[in-house]
Every structure is written in C-alpha cells, then in structure tokens.
Design a protein around this ligand. Structure first.
Ligand code: ATP
Ligand code: MG
Length: 384
C-alpha cells in the first residue's frame, strides 16, 4: 500500500486544441511548488498523481498543492495492485469508524473480473462485516469510500475530496504588472488575476526617507506570500520621492494624490511594457477612499496609452476583500503599521472628483517627462 495524491484539474479540460499546452504549463507549475520534496508526478487520463514521496511529507505536499491554480480538487489515496484483498485493506484504512457509508467504484480497467457494482457490493459487505458500527446508505451516506481501478493494474482508494485553489494554470493567460502597495487590497487583486492564469510582476513605489524601510520589507514579505500562487514573483521597487517633492513644491496641495497616481500609472506602463507585461493591475475598489472615485480613475487612466488597467476589486466591499486576504494569508502582514507613499504630504482636503482639465493644469507646472525618466533610471529589482 502506497500513499499517493490524486490531482484533478478544473477548467483545463475545456480548452479543446490547446489542452496539451495547458497541461504542460500546469505540470510545470506543480513541479515548481513541490521543489525540494522527493516525489514523482505522473499523468493519468484527466488527472495527475503525486507518488513516491515520504509519508511524513504528506501535509507539506498537500499544502503546497493547495496554492497551485488550476487544481480543482485533490484526494489522498492508497495505491494498491488491483486484487480484491488489497483493495479491501486499502478501503478499511480510509473507511470511517461509525456512521453511514457507501462504496463507489470507477472501473477504467474493463478487463477486471468484477464490474463496478460487484466490486462496491463485495468491498462494502466486507467492511460491514468487519465493523458493526457502520451502516450502508447508498442515497445519502455520511462517508463514501471511492475505488478507482486504473488500466495499469493498480487501484486508488480514497475517502475525501479537498477543494483546490481552482482557476487556470499561471502562465496560460499572459502577464500583468501588479501595483503592490503593502495594504490589504492589492495582494488580493493580484491573487484574483493570477487565479485566472496570469503571471504577475509587481511594482512598489516608496518615498524613502519620508517613508521608512520597514514598508519595503513588508512589501517583500507580501510578495513572498503571493509567490507560491504565482510560481515566483519579480518585484520592482521605485522611488517617487522626488516626484512628490516637486508636486508639493509646485502644485495645489489638494492634487497631491491625484497627480501622484498619474505618475504611478505612467511609470507602471513604462515598466510593464519593458518587461513584457500586458496590463496593469491595481487594488482599487470603487468609492472605497477619496481617490477611488470614477473621476479619479478617469484621471489616472487618461495617462495610460497602451495597456488596459484591471481593477478586479472594483465591485467588492472592504469586508469581502478582508475575507479573501485572510484566506490567502496576506492579511496579518498587510495590517502591520507602515506608511505608504500616498500618506506623504497628504492634503487635508484632497480633490475627490478631479476634473481632467484642472488636473492637467496643475500637472503642467511640472517637468513630467524628466521626472519619469529620473524615476525609471533607478529601479531596484528583487526576485522573490
Ligand atoms: P491597498 O490596500 O492595496 O494599499 P488602498 O485601499 O490603500 O489599497 P490606495 O492607497 O488608494 O488604496 O491605493 C489604490 C491602489 O493603488 C492600490 O491597491 C495599489 O494597487 C496602488 N498603490 C497605492 N500605493 C501604492 C504603492 N506605494 N506602490 C504600488 N502601488 C500602490
Ligand atoms: Mg494603500
């Protein structure tokens, strides 16, 4: 009897002609997440099997697989050679102690001497005989013992399905540039887009020395938490200190955030294109804060020439975002106190519904092109 893990995938089987490519990317991503753990990954029809790992690594393997997008569900199974005594012993090991149950058999090996119904009946009968606290209920059982007879003379026996991360394999839907702030929202936004198969690269803007270095450490930590979901992450750290100083010196103070956001967008688009990213992703949510009005978004979108901006959280309430952030594991880090560059020179009355003409009039007091080139010339790159 060998412990193995069955991986079932989600929507990949819908992808007609491209299916082979999707499966290849999927397998590579699984291997990346299992790096450093002894195992073998084998493809069966419509699923994958992780075998040959040390039993004490089971939890680690399961936890790492839970962060691979494209996985619909997994089961921890006993693999035995297909003979009724072996199958019974495996069934016994996954069967509950008490309650109602049924046995469900899937027989890919059509040459096996018994059919699915007969196998279920015989194994179910023996389990009942062995344990008087069990009762069969084929319609609404508390537990099910699943037997999967493969063509290669082995049977997989298991009792539970664990829901996987879902979505599509990362790397099958292009690449996006995530604006990662250190707050609660942007890691959740990145996670949602990665779930649909997009690889991520991140940009973080800081205003050192107005903001402290802990802010940077925090963002690195957030990128680390996201990294298993995204099969690695590259983080671009960009200073906007001089840009903010120039806005502060030359422009109406109320436009600080609005103008800064436009600089962030311009910088993001340039860095995205240079690195082959096809869109910009932010954690903005409509009406969440003063700058996240539709007018604010119009103002920041209007400086973007080529790439779409994805704002997956636009329709979410804060508590829904927090729930997701807890689920993916970023919440505790996100709420650590720190100063975002948006809090530097923060005006008392920021414009909430900026008119484009007025924004542009304020911005015309700056040498935008020079400030952008300056910021781009000094990017720190960290591979997480
Ligand atoms: P978050 O929780 O993601 O920080 P927020 O609610 O604080 O979002 P804002 O500060 O208005 O909202 O930021 C909106 C979005 O702009 C962020 O979700 C992020 O994508 C981007 N952003 C803001 N500040 C930064 C920064 N310092 N570096 C990179 N991106 C940023
Ligand atoms: Mg923020």
């Amino acid at each position: 009897m060998e412990k193995v893990i069955i991986i079932r995938y989600a929507e990949i089987h819908l992808k007609g002609k491209n299916r082979g490519w999707f499966e290849k990317v999927f397998a590579v991503n699984i291997e990346k997440n299992l790096k450093g753990i002894r195992h073998e990954l084998r493809r069966l029809s419509g699923r994958y099997l992780v075998e040959n790992f040390n039993e004490e690594d089971t939890d680690t393997v399961v936890n790492r697989l839970m962060k691979v997008f494209g996985i619909h569900s997994i089961s921890i199974a006993q693999k035995v050679s297909s003979d009724m005594q072996n199958i019974y012993e495996a069934a016994l090991s996954v069967c509950p102690e008490t309650g109602t149950f049924k046995v469900e058999t899937h027989r890919a090996d059509k040459t096996f001497s018994l059919n699915s119904m007969q196998i279920s009946a015989e194994i179910g009968g023996k389990l009942l005989e062995n344990n008087k606290n069990l009762k069969v209920d084929v319609h609404n059982p508390q537990s099910t013992v699943y037997i999967d007879l493969r063509e290669n003379g082995t049977a997989l026996v298991f009792g539970k399905f664990f829901k996987g991360a879902g979505g599509m394999p990362v790397g099958t839907a292009g690449k996006g540039m995530l604006l990662l702030s250190g707050g609660i929202d942007s890691p959740v936004a990145g996670h949602m887009i990665a779930k649909r198969g997009m690889s991520l690269e991140c940009i973080h803007f800081h205003s050192y020395p107005y903001t402290n270095m802990m802010a940077k450490e925090k963002v690195i930590e957030l990128a680390k938490i996201l990294s298993p979901y995204t099969c690695g992450i590259k983080l671009n750290i960009v200073s906007v200190t001089h840009i903010q100083e120039e806005i502060h010196k030359n422009c109406n103070a109320d436009y600080m955030v609005t103008l800064l956001r436009r600089f962030m967008m311009r910088l993001s688009e340039r860095i995205a294109i240079k690195n082959g990213a096809q869109c910009i992703i932010t954690g903005e949510s409509l009406a969440q804060v003063a700058s996240q009005t539709i007018e604010g978004m119009t103002s920041s979108n209007s400086v973007i020439g080529k790439l779409p901006v994805l704002r997956p959280l636009c329709g979410f309430d804060k508590d829904e975002i927090i729930e997701r952030s807890r689920a993916i594991g970023t919440y505790a880090t996100s709420i650590e106190p720190y100063e975002d560059c948006c809090t530097v020179f923060l005006p008392e009355h920021p414009v909430t519904r900026p008119k484009l003409a007025e924004v542009e009039a304020e911005e015309s007091k700056l040498n935008v092109a020079l400030l952008i080139d300056e910021a781009l010339s000094n990017i720190e790159v960290i591979k997480v």
